[in-house]
Design a protein around this ligand. Structure first.
Ligand SMILES: Nc1ncnc2c1ncn2[C@@H]1O[C@H](COP(=O)(O)OP(=O)(O)O)[C@@H](O)[C@H]1O
Ligand SMILES: [Mg+2]
Length: 325
């Protein structure tokens, strides 16, 4: 049997509908820092290099990956790193056989039964992206075991996707479509559920290290995501940024905490003020879990520290507001 004959017996389940079409969102906040990164990354991608955003939680990796993918304008295949991943989850697998039964009732007296067994090949997202020239976003890829990501090595350097061991029928490899682009993200600080990535894979990626946004950008994002007043957003961001600077893990709290506090306050029509009882409870709930393990006399140190910072930040603002009156 030649290759074509083999191919015709493979039933492909096309997963185009599984892809995402992203459009630039009006909720996206740009800044000179973000614009500069975006411009550079677009140039790398255009030159054929895959991009890797590395950074702590809340540094905007996933958002930036989508923003750039939207700019590329092609459908997106999204994969989340997962410890349970095997290479077949990336590439696809023979998922058994499809049985077709034809019962010919045309001639009443004869019941003709014809059975055909087709090997059923299920394309997964990497295969779909390589084949159709989609943009692959592989979010938190270091959560997958390194061997599960092996298929990417030849995709990124030789632009060939090897399928041999996985496919019972059909061709053993696939040439990567020239429109294919890849954006990876990872968090190097995460201690649970991540794997050391292979040098071979890292060597093929252009890594951009992302830090937390500057104060102004965090304020703009907080306002955009919660519809809270600028004054409240400034107070919340200042508190979070100061807390981030202390303690054992100075990547937390993240912008997510700013957004969460702001959203809940906005929902209740409350404010980030020292005399606002609701705010006093909310910041304890949302910020209390960060570095809660660092205790003094059984109390999380962060709460004590937060109380001090919040009373100071709120006090300064109150004083400023009074003067303006
Ligand atoms: N440029 C931006 N404009 C608007 N919102 C943003 C921007 N960057 C990040 N965010 C918001 O900040 C939060 C954290 O961003 P995310 O991309 O999920 O970070 P990471 O993937 O690094 O953990 C999300 O709620 C996201 O919507
Ligand atoms: Mg993310």
């Amino acid at each position: 049997m030649n290759d074509n004959a083999l191919l015709s017996s493979v039933v492909r389940i096309q997963t185009e509908s599984d892809s995402i079409l992203a459009e630039p969102s009006e909720n996206f906040i740009s800044s000179p820092y973000i614009e500069q990164i975006t411009e550079r990354v677009m140039a790398y991608l255009e030159a054929g290099y895959p991009i890797h955003f590395s950074g702590s939680a809340g540094t905007g990796k996933t958002t930036l990956a989508f923003h750039i993918a939207a700019k590329l304008g092609r459908p997106i295949s999204l994969i989340h790193g997962d410890d349970e991943f095997g290479s077949s989850d990336l590439v696809g697998r023979d998922s058994g056989y499809r049985k077709q039964k034809l019962i010919d009732n045309y001639i009443h007296s004869v019941l003709k039964t014809e059975e055909e067994m087709n090997s059923l090949w299920v394309d997964n997202r990497l295969t779909t992206a390589c084949q159709n020239g989609y943009t692959l976003i592989y979010d938190e890829f270091n959560r997958s075991r390194p061997e599960a990501n092996n298929a990417l090595l030849s995709v990124l350097s030789e632009r060939i996707l090897n399928l041999p061991k996985l496919r019972r029928t059909g061709e053993g490899y696939l040439s990567v479509h020239q429109g294919f682009r890849a954006i990876f993200t990872s968090n190097p600080d995460e201690y649970a559920g991540v794997h050391k990535t292979q040098d071979a894979l890292m060597d093929r990626l252009v890594t951009i290290n992302l830090g937390h946004y500057d104060r102004d950008t965090e304020i703009e994002i907080t306002i955009k995501k919660s519809c809270i007043s600028r004054r409240d957003a400034e107070t919340i961001v200042d508190i979070v940024r100061e807390l981030r600077g202390i303690g054992v893990n100075n990547h937390r709290p993240t912008i997510r905490s700013c957004i969460a506090i702001a959203r809940v306050l906005a929902v209740k029509g409350c404010h980030a003020r020292w005399d606002d009882d609701f705010f006093q409870c909310v910041w304890r709930d949302i910020l209390g879990s960060d570095t809660a393990k660092v205790t003094k006399g059984g109390q999380p140190v962060i709460l004590e520290k937060a109380e001090e910072i919040i009373s100071r930040v709120c006090g300064v603002r109150k004083g400023r507001a009074k003067k303006e009156e």
